[in-house]
Every structure is written in C-alpha cells, then in structure tokens.
Design a binder for this molecule. Structure first.
Ligand SMILES: Nc1ncnc2c1ncn2[C@@H]1O[C@H](COP(=O)(O)OP(=O)(O)O)[C@@H](O)[C@H]1O
Ligand SMILES: [Mg+2]
Length: 589
C-alpha cells in the first residue's frame, strides 16, 4: 500500500525540493526489503548536503503509515544543552501521544522505551546525531521497536553509524548539474534559468558549491540583484579556496553584509538561534540595532529563517558565526567580541583576561551548582569590559561585590546577582532594561542616578530588597516589577512622578507600607498578596480619576489584596483578549 502511494503522489510533497525524488525512492526501496523485521538507516554527509531535508521529507510523507512516529531535530545541539533523559521523554511523548513520561534517569528511560515501544511499528528520525550515547539511549537496537519499524539517523560522522551497526549507510547524492543550476537560479534570479548573459558566470559560481544545496542557496541569495562586477569579484574570492571548504565559501555571504547586519548575524549565531523572534528583536533593538530590517535582510540572504516564530539558522551557518568570533582570538576568549560558554566566561573572570573587545555575554543555558570560588574574591572582574553592551547571565557569584560594570550596557540581566547593590560608579546612559531577579540586592545604589533610557526594572523575588531607588532620574520607566520582594517596606515617593509608568507589579510585597496616592498613566497595578490598607488611598484615587479608563479595569481585576481570595479570583483574571499568562509575562517581563 505504501508503495502505491509512493508512486502515485510522490512529487506533490517533494515539489519544493529539487532532485530529491530519487533519494526518497532509494531509501524506501531499502526499507521495503527489511520491513518485516525492523530497519535502521543512517544518512551521512557533510553539513549542508541535504540530510535533514531528506529525512524530513521522508518523515512527512510516510509517518502516517506507522503506529507512532517522532522526528527529533538537532539532537547534537539539544544534548549539549539538556539531558538525554529529556529527549527520551520527548520520544515517548510523541509516539505514545501522552504527556511527559515519568523517567527517573537515562537507564530507566532506555527500559521504558523498550517496554512501551517493543510492540509498536514506529518511524523515528534522530536528526544530527554526533555521539554514540545519543544513539545508545534513544534507539540502541532495531529490536527495541516493533516489527516494521524504521529508524533514520542523520549525522556527519560515518564512524558513528559503523559503530552502531545500522543496516544501511546512505549518502545523499550531490545534485546533478541541471538541478544544481536550477536551485541556484531560483535564488539568484527567482526563476529556473539565468538572466541573459549570466549563463557562464552562473555555471562558474555553481561549480564552487560542489553540488551542496546549502552553498547553492546562500550563493544564489547573495548574488540576487548584484551587478556583474560583484559576480566577478565573488568568483575571484571563491577561486582563492581551491579546496572548496564549505566554511570559506559560505563566509563570502557573510562578508558581503553591511556591518550592522554582520553584528546581528553573529549575535543570533552565538546567542539566539531557536529563540522567539520578537524577544530577540527587542533585545537587539535595545542594543541599538535596526533589528527588524536586519532580520529581514538576513532572511533574504538565506542566512536565517523563521519557523514557528523562532529564529532558525542552518547549523553550519551557526558554526560559521561562532567560528568567526573564535577567530578574533584563537587562544584567548577574553579578546573575542562574544562569550556564550560558561567555561569561557569563567576563564576570563578567573584569569583576568577581559578586554574592551567583549561586547556581549549571554550564557546559553542556566548554570547548575558548579562552584567557582576563585572569582568570588575578585571584585574588579568586569572593569576591563568597557564596551560591554549586553550581559545576560545567571549563577555567577562575586562574593565581595562588584566595583565596576560597563557604562555602555544596554541590557543587564543577571539572575541571582549576589551582591547587595550595584557598583556605585555604574551609570550607563544607554541602559534600557535592568533585570536582577532572585538577587541578593538590598538596594540598587544610594542617591539619584540619571538613566534617561531606562524602560524596565525587574527586581522580582529579591528577598533582601528593603527599599527602591529614587526614581527621579528614570523619566522613561514603563515597567517596574517588584513581585515577591517580601521584605520591601517602602517604595520611593518619586514613583508618583513617573508619567510613562504603565505596569507596576507588587504581587506578594507583604511588608509594603506605603504607596503614592497618585500614579497617572498606570494601566496595570498588580497587588495580589499585599496589605489591603496601603492601597486604599491609591485605588480610591485611581478609581476616582479614571472612572472610564483601562486603569479602573486593571485595578479592579488585579487589585485582589487577599491571598485567600486568590484562587477564587484567578479564574476571572483575564482581560478580554488576554490570558492570565499574557498579563503575567507583561507584568514580570
Ligand atoms: N533537494 C533540495 N532542494 C532544495 N533545497 C534543498 C534540498 N536539499 C536541501 N536543501 C536546502 O539546503 C539547505 C541545507 O539542507 P539540510 O538538509 O539542512 O542539510 P544538512 O542536514 O545535511 O546539513 C536547507 O536550507 C535546505 O532547505
Ligand atoms: Mg541537518
């Protein structure tokens, strides 16, 4: 039955892809010979050769013929960040269509997979595998699964497949010369044939792509709308790389970008692949980049895609971005523009090798219990990073407090900041967001600081916070979150002068004893779990002044002071068109 389907409507799903039908048929034929048992096929080849695409198209086409299926994308990247146990959970959840299985550890996970799937005919794709333990813990043998199951593994490492003992190792065929030209032209000319006069140039360029789809697509997008001179100089550059290393050839597209788009590309490659597009745009705009345009430009150049509202980038392009940053200084992370690995950050902090080259530090996963006592005594650690614009870190403890932080910072997000205040000299005129959730902050600083651009302060869950700063110097402040600051007694009266403040979250500020009586412009006041009395005058005046505005709605709905009412009221908390969660994220930002 599957074979009939294969031949009848085969091209419908593959029409966006060029030359893929023959590979699909080959894979399918191989599976047919095995299907009475169970079959493992490896797809192996260089990055950008079309492995994931082939596996994805095959999966889309055939998964409904199996009793359960799971496509696990980016295994390599995922397992660098998380535990394999989570991938086991995902696999089981996809196939059994259940919520996350309760798996205690990876050994238990293996047993669960065997036990629950041994009778099921499943289709599993493990995409971009790079370590044996990923295979051993997700699909150790075909015998783990029911008869007729098919496991497809894509990887760049043939040894891995040999070692794992797959039934067949398949190499995607490089596209033939007609298909190569066609794919290139679709990007470079938006049609299947070159423009007049460009045939020879196109053929010359295509020859450097070695039949690899990724290179063809990025070359084509790079050359779209360019003059003949640019084409010729691109060819000259390609000729410099006789070995045709894909990294070097892809880098031509990057080199052709304007400076600001290069910075955005590197930020995405190092920090933001897979993150929500809108959040990243906000962060990049905070850094002073024209992020919306930049992301569109990178998409037009095929250096970036958007999938389910997240930013995606081919893994090879991401690697190229990281490599460009590494090449800024091969041996010393402190001389690179971006740091994304915890180990590199700690190297820089402990060896005091920071420099003014460092622009951005964003750690790519939450830190665990790693102990880094050495830096705890050294308070000058950030003093040399005078050009730091973006700092998003967590669990970095500097026991004696900091003496210095860059005055170029635009976004400071330090979860669990462990000192009692910020450095007294810190005065970043560019700062837009200040987030120190779960910190040990007692107060931010003494006196008044002028931070003209500051829009958001989040000190949520900072249990030691006793008082807020004077707000006079932050005329643009829009959001203030003090949620869960249970020892906060006082909010500085200057808050009343913040004309742009729209969101004030005081949830569970149980010790709070005052609140200014007038707060013009406030749209959301969240005061669940606070003492009722202190809001009396504020709420009354707010009601009084804004009888018909959203403020009344906001305070009425969110002004549930009493914990005991919480559960009862929570159901009715959503505004029309807004869920409680939206409101929550809005308020906590
Ligand atoms: N047959 C094809 N036709 C058109 N585009 C393709 C084809 N194969 C791959 N691509 C495109 O080439 C790029 C790289 O392919 P991918 O499957 O991600 O490579 P790999 O997994 O080997 O690194 C992707 O953008 C993909 O959409
Ligand atoms: Mg891939």
């Amino acid at each position: 039955m599957i074979s009939q389907h294969l031949s009848s409507s085969f091209t419908s799903i593959t029409c966006n892809f060029i030359g893929i039908d023959s590979s699909m048929k080959e894979l399918f034929t191989f599976y047919s010979n095995f299907k009475d048992n169970g079959c493992m096929i490896g797809i192996c080849g260089m990055g950008g050769s079309g492995k994931t695409t082939l596996a994805r198209v095959f999966y889309e086409k055939f998964h409904s013929y199996f009793e359960g299926s799971s496509f696990i994308a980016n295994v390599r990247e995922y397992s660098e960040k998380f535990d394999l146990l989570q991938l086991q959970q995902l696999l089981l959840a996809n196939i059994l269509e259940e919520k996350d299985a309760d798996i205690r550890n990876v050994y238990h996970g293996v047993n669960m997979i065997k036990k629950r799937l041994c009778q099921k005919k499943v289709l599993i794709v493990l995409d971009d595998v790079n370590k044996l333990d990923q295979l051993e813990n997700l699909a150790g043998e075909h015998g783990w699964f029911g008869l007729g199951s098919l496991i497809i593994i894509t990887t760049r490492d043939k040894h891995l497949l040999d070692h794992h003992g797959v039934h067949k190792i398949y190499k995607p065929n490089p596209l033939n010369s007609d298909d190569t030209l066609k794919l290139f032209c679709l990007k470079a000319f938006k049609k299947e044939q070159p423009n007049e006069g460009y045939m020879q140039l196109s053929q010359d360029v295509v020859c450097y792509a070695n039949g690899y789809p990724l290179a063809l697509i990025t070359f084509g997008s790079f050359l779209l709308g360019r003059t003949m001179d640019t084409w010729k100089s691109a060819l000259d550059i390609f000729k410099k790389f006789p070995k045709k290393e894909i990294f070097d050839t892809l880098k031509v597209s990057y080199d052709g970008l304007e400076d600001m788009w290069k910075e955005i590309f590197l930020d995405v490659a190092c920090f933001f692949r897979g993150k929500m597009k809108d959040q990243v745009i906000e962060i990049l705009e905070t850094c002073g980049f024209d992020a919306k345009i930049g992301i569109q430009v990178l998409m037009d150049k095929s250096l970036l895609t958007i999938e389910n509202d997240t930013l995606q980038m081919h893994d090879l392009l991401q690697e190229m971005g990281k490599e460009i940053v590494r090449q800024e200084s091969r041996e010393e992370p402190g001389k690179r523009s971006r740091l994304w690995l915890r180990k590199d950050l700690f190297h820089v902090l402990m060896n005091k090798t920071a420099s003014k080259t460092i622009q951005a530090i964003v750690l790519d996963r939450p830190g665990g219990d790693e102990a880094y006592q050495h830096i705890e005594s050294y308070s000058e650690v950030f003093s040399k990073m005078c050009n730091l614009r973006l700092l998003i870190i967590d669990n970095v403890h500097i026991l004696k407090g900091l003496n210095h932080l860059s005055n170029k910072l635009r976004l400071l997000d330090w979860h669990g900041y462990s000192s009692k205040c910020l450095p007294s000299r810190f005065q970043s005129k560019e700062l837009v967001e200040l987030k120190l959730q779960f910190s040990k902050i007692e107060y931010l600083w003494r006196g008044v600081k002028y931070l003209d651009k500051l829009k958001l302060i989040n000190l949520g869950h900072s249990l030691n916070l006793i008082r807020t700063p004077d707000f006079t110097g932050f005329p643009r402040l829009e959001t203030l979150c003090l949620r869960g600051c249970i020892n906060l007694v006082e909010i500085d009266r200057s808050i009343g002068g913040l004309s742009k403040l729209t969101v004030l979250n005081l949830e569970f500020c149980r010790s709070l004893t005052n609140l200014p009586s007038s707060m013009d412009g406030l749209s959301f006041l969240i005061c669940r779990g606070c003492e009722k009395e202190i809001f009396k005058s504020t709420l009354d005046s707010v009601h009084h002044e804004f009888e018909n505005s959203a403020v009344v709605k906001a305070t009425k709905i969110m002004g549930t002071y009493d914990d005991s009412n919480m559960a009862e009221h929570s159901a009715s908390w959503s505004f029309p068109g807004e869920t409680e969660r939206d409101l929550d994220s809005l308020a906590v930002a």
